[in-house]
Design a protein around this ligand. Sequence first.
Ligand code: B3K
Ligand code: ZN
Length: 868
Amino acid sequence: PPTIHLADYRPSDHLIDRVDLDIRLDPHASRVTALLALRPNPQGKVGAPLVLDGDELKLVSLAMDGEVLLENAYTASPSGLTIHRPPQRPFTLAIETEIDPTANTKLMGLYRSSGVYCTQCEADGFRRITYFLDRPDILSIYTTRIEASREEAPVLLGNGNPVGSGDVPGTDRHYAIWQDPHPKPAYLFAIVGGRLGSVTGRFTTSEGREVALGVYVEPGKEARADYALDAVIRSMKWDEEGFGRAYDLDVFNVVAVSDFNMGAMENKGLNIFNDKYVLASPETATDADYANIEAIIAHEYFHNWSGNRVTCRDWFQLCLKEGLTVFRDQEFSSDMRSRAVHRISEVRTLRARQFPEDAGPLAHPVRPKQYAEINNFYTATVYEKGAEIVRMLKTLIGEDAFRKGMDRYFADNDGTAATVEDFLAAFATETGRDLSHFAQWYERPGTPRIAVTGTYDAAAKTYRLDFRQTRPGAGADAPPLVIPVALGLVGEDGPLAARSERVQDGVFVLDKAEDSVTFESVASRPVPSLFRDFSAPVRVEINQSDAERLTLLRHDTDAFNRWESAQRVALRIIIAAARGGSETLDGAEGFADALAAFLDQEAVNDPAFAALMLALPSEGEVASEIGANIDPDAIFAARRRLREAIALRLRDPLIVLRERLAEPAGAPFSPDAASAGRRAFRNAALDLIAVADPDRGTVLAREQIAASGTMTDRLAGLATLSQIPGDAREAELAAFAERYAGEPLILDKWLAIQAAIPEDGTIARIRQLQQHPAFSITNPNRVRSLVGVFSLSNPTQFNRADGAGYALVAETVLALDKRNPQVAARLLTAFGSWRQMEPRRRAAAEETLRGIVAVGGLSRDVADIAGR
Ligand code: B3K
Ligand code: ZN
């Protein structure tokens, strides 16, 4: 497929100032009339033809300035419309197209989900609705008339504010007119039509605007929409307080649909969501679901400024809205919940998804330089590493300057399509600093490695840290990055006060390939606490003993590094055991003792944090740390042995703590962080108890499934049981399926638990589940829960040496590619770490990938990923 290069960007030759749409909804023949007010772009080429994008469109009629266009004046095909000699003055085009929303299985453009009409236009779906300059730097004012059968679609929603509605005389049809006063790119366009229930609310903005809020869901599920509505209100308030950003329309609507390619979409004033990220009740949703709903509602809402009011000039700038908005939603969630706990979960996600991506063939800069299919660039790198860059900027310039820079960014770029340079310019202007060196973070793929050595001079009472940065794959002449290192020193009995002129506000800035910091008046040999709060997305290489790390666990003031140091010890033990295959686990006892002491002192005060301390690094993290010649079975076995050692040591205290942290009988459910933290701890405890004593674990898990009123606890019981082969597991799985028949989102969890079972029978089980009524290849959530979870969360079975796991995923990718290339391509990214496998698995993966590439007629999406 042709490659698009950032270096080739040039402004459009034409602009579209206004778009008046008339959309008559029909299941198979929806009619769209687009009246476009065009003019030549003063920045464009004079006399250039007008080339409009299209995708699977059928042109019905075409008129310019009210006159039907002569056939030789234009060329039309399903994938484009060219006007050969457009006027050199403002003019209008009236374009009538016909589309079949029912046949639209790609879920891009206008489609139907369980009978509800909805749209998805980012990145390039608007061209599936009408011919258009479908690029983010074309900003237009939209008015949309939507018409539909009143029976089929009593609710009609659009972008902006509602300005009219009524019946179509002499028919069973009605219409609604929506007007959006804010210029926007086509990717933010949306409509919804259908039979929907809603919950409504109000919000008065800091500017005094009264906003009508609505969350629309499948009728009968209204009671599950309250939490999302509450999250909208909290997001609106937070963005005013934290960033001075007020909402700018009279209406804000969220609609939940059940067939959706990703999480949600920030269409102006009309956010459309995967129902998984809207619907919640204690009975149906886990604490993780509540947290995700809160975060994603916030994320999409925050886009109203970071993405919509200031949008992207081109898709290479995607991180400008996504990285920034992830940063903003992370800050929001940290304020709503425990900051330390949230930071740890952000880093876990980054390490689980972004680090491997950055270390394999799918690696790319946060701002890519080229792409074949933009929908394949909505990646962990653009989103999560993009957010880390914003966080580093804040660390470097400080909180006040950061806020001022953000204000300037919004003020200077409001109503425009901006670039990463525009973003950095706002902070450079505000602080008077040159950020061109920092900008390298956007340009270079790969996770930097920072090697650190510490030297203590007992006589001089100084402590020196030497830093060296490298990037895998980068040549010796590659410029070093600007890396904020938040750090401090810790002694045997607690934090040490120590000064260095290179450290300001606890941060040392490493901007050379090599540099060092010397601390004065250090009374005794310290343990350095480096990259506190994970101040940069790097890998740190430092020779620290378990004992030194456990000192940090005990005494560091930085919660992130307390957790991190325990993780490092666990990683060291697991990797040594996986490499040596030895029966002894060197250091496991000391580690378990340290955990026991930690629990004794802190589990009751901060159960959420304690739950994270109990979670060992995932198999994927261990693999990514080893980096080459991976044997997933050896990692699994080593990790399992450490888990057993810890479980045996902690079993008794965990049994006691689990009781102590139980919710008092009859206590009302709360999804808040404190209650969720207690549940998280109790369930982590249950899991370990079951490792130490499977019989006892089975009894406790079954009790919990039977007695609990929350989905979190029921599901945790089932997850624990899923690791213990036997009749109890099969009986509970069957009972769960029966209990929740007719609840697709809950059955997704049931599919996911089974997909993750690390046993040889899992592939056969999955093949059976693919025939189960709960599964459907047409619904992305079902596919992700079964096959997606298998590929990402079941490393031993996905990477089976006989290639059966690869074959299963490849089959699903190919079956899906014909219907929904975006979801198929996403599934295929599970192969992103194939080169790091040991030779036999590497060969099996390569054969599978070559098999995919050899298939004719692949979508651009899948061909791009498979090819890379
Ligand atoms: N902006 C959308 C993602 C669109 C993905 C297109 N393939 C959701 C978000 O990040 O907020
Ligand atoms: Zn986003």
